[in-house]
Design a protein around this ligand. Structure first.
Ligand code: S3P
Length: 202
């Protein structure tokens, strides 16, 4: 997986992609990290909704999960090809479980926000109506377990349990040495896990 620091700006702008299961804090941490870096914040689900002119639940209702995945990959492709501003991008919970999306992100750093599945289940109860794939607890736990091996292929894994978005944002900035990259003097590459498996789960 070619994801060294030098490649971050190869496409014209730098970007970091936040990945993780539903309710793992991708948006709140993403906003915080973007604020710290003075980068843009992009929410891929919001991009999908704008492109499709439908909300995520409406896309699932009218086109099923396959229709949503097609829209998701199209939005991700468009985003990676058109990034002009340095950006922190929050992906939806299933995006990195799709081989074609991981392939698209091969040259960008990704950060997995890890949290215990019980905590994610609790946290996601507040806005369950906007998450078509949050059904019962057993299904939620199973889906998490299926996706975990893919999430763990991220450039960096951050344990988020018990931490607030501000401290997680600071941790990511330090771990990826984003300040150093911004100043143009990266001293070492982030940890890169090997990407061997191109399988997918829903
Ligand atoms: C999904 C998670 C959602 C959204 C869609 C599918 C998933 O995003 O992309 O409902 O497959 O886990 P969040 O992770 O922001 O809830």
């Amino acid at each position: 997986m070619g994801c060294g620091l030098a490649s971050w700006s190869a496409m014209g702008a730098r970007a970091v992609f936040l990945i993780g299961f539903m309710a793992s804090g991708k948006s709140s941490v993403g906003r915080e990290l973007a604020r710290r870096l003075h980068w843009d914040f992009v929410d891929l689900d919001a991009r999908i909704e704008a492109r499709e002119r439908q909300t995520v639940p409406e896309i699932f209702r009218d086109h099923g999960e396959p229709g949503f995945r097609t829209a998701e990959t199209a939005a991700l492709l468009e985003l990676t090809q058109s990034l002009e501003q340095d950006s922190v991008v929050a992906l939806g919970g299933g995006a990195f479980a799709q081989g074609r999306n991981r392939e698209l992100l091969r040259s960008w750093p990704s950060v997995f926000l890890e949290a215990p599945v019980d905590e994610l289940w609790q946290r996601s109860s507040e806005d369950k109506e906007i998450r078509p794939l949050r059904k019962d607890r057993e299904q939620f736990t199973r889906l998490y377990a299926e996706r975990l091996p893919f999430y763990r292929q991220a450039t960096l894994v951050v344990e988020t349990s018990g931490k607030d978005p501000a401290s997680i944002g600071a941790e990511i900035e330090a771990a990826l040495q984003l300040s150093g990259v911004k100043a143009g003097s990266p001293s070492s590459a982030p940890r890169v896990l090997k990407q061997e498996d191109h399988g997918e789960v829903g």
